[in-house]
Design a binder for this molecule. Structure first.
Ligand code: SF4
Ligand code: SF4
Length: 264
């Protein structure tokens, strides 16, 4: 009975609508979202209705939604896939590229076709090459925490008070700037955009973030084995001297308090 009263206190109309759109991905990004365990249930209970997601719900066509979490890149020889990503842009107010494949192509950058039963399926593009993307969540897989934080912040941005909207904007701005930066990624980003710019401080965060251990620290600076790099973009995204935004650092405590408070 008490639970019923609680639900009435949080009418569905107050929630945002969220969908998971599965392009050429491995579902690892969705698993990462699910790895929030109780946190995901709290989000679904209080803040977001999952209105689309072929892995989890029997809704066959992409509906209108506030936030689309898109996983995977797009095979441009697959007409249905191209149509789906365009529809996603039309139906979603905010499009989030979740994971290295959606942001940067990742392992699908190595697709060359020639395999049965669709040998002509040879070209894969990050979603930002076909549609405007609002927010990037890089990583292969992206961390559960980052996906969770973006979901909570998207809710605060769309439904929060003025103060909460400001906080959410501060949090999301660097991830929006990352989306504006482009659709290619590689360990060489560290060389061109950090080391060669005189910005590297040898902290080793890039080494820790690489999922395939393609980066080693040599004489205090990262060295990238390009044969091993799977083009996920995690290293550049994690580097504190890359797109780091001082406004967010200053508001970090407030942001974390808002997220912790939302999930209590
Ligand atoms: S070096 Fe590692 S973290 Fe950086 S893009 Fe390549 S695979 Fe990803
Ligand atoms: S994370 Fe950035 S600053 Fe740190 S070692 Fe790697 S390139 Fe240098």
């Amino acid at each position: 009975m008490a639970e019923k009263t609680k639900k009435e206190d949080k009418p569905v109309a107050d929630k945002i609508t969220v969908g998971h759109v599965h392009m050429s991905g491995c579902t690892g990004c969705l698993v990462s979202l699910a790895d929030n365990y109780g946190g995901l249930l709290t989000i679904l209970d209080r803040y977001a209705d999952l209105v689309y997601g072929l892995t989890l719900a029997d809704v066959r066509h992409i509906p209108k939604m506030d936030v689309a979490l898109v996983e995977g890149s797009v095979c441009i020889q697959d007409k249905l896939a191209v149509e789906e990503i365009k529809q996603t842009r039309e139906k979603a107010a905010v499009v989030v590229a979740v994971g290295g494949c959606a942001c940067y192509g990742n392992i699908t950058r190595f697709g060359r076709g020639g395999q049965p039963n669709q040998p002509q399926h040879e070209s894969y593009l990050p979603i930002g090459d076909l549609i405007k993307v609002d927010v990037y969540i890089p990583g292969c897989a992206p961390t559960p925490q980052l996906i969770r934080n973006v979901c909570v912040m998207a809710y605060l941005l769309l439904k929060g008070t003025k103060e909460q909207k400001d906080l959410a904007t501060a949090f999301l701005t660097p991830l929006m700037q990352l989306a504006d930066r482009g659709t290619t990624a590689c360990g060489c980003d560290l060389i061109y955009d950090v080391i060669n710019q005189g910005l590297c401080m040898g902290c080793g965060s890039c080494t820790a973030s690489c999922p395939v251990r393609a980066i080693t620290m040599e004489y205090g600076k990262p060295n990238v084995n390009r044969e091993m790099c799977i083009k996920c973009g995690a290293c550049y995204a994690q580097c504190p001297r890359s797109f780091f935004n001082v406004d967010v650092v200053n508001q970090y405590e407030g942001i974390m308090e808002a997220i912790d408070g939302a999930l209590k």
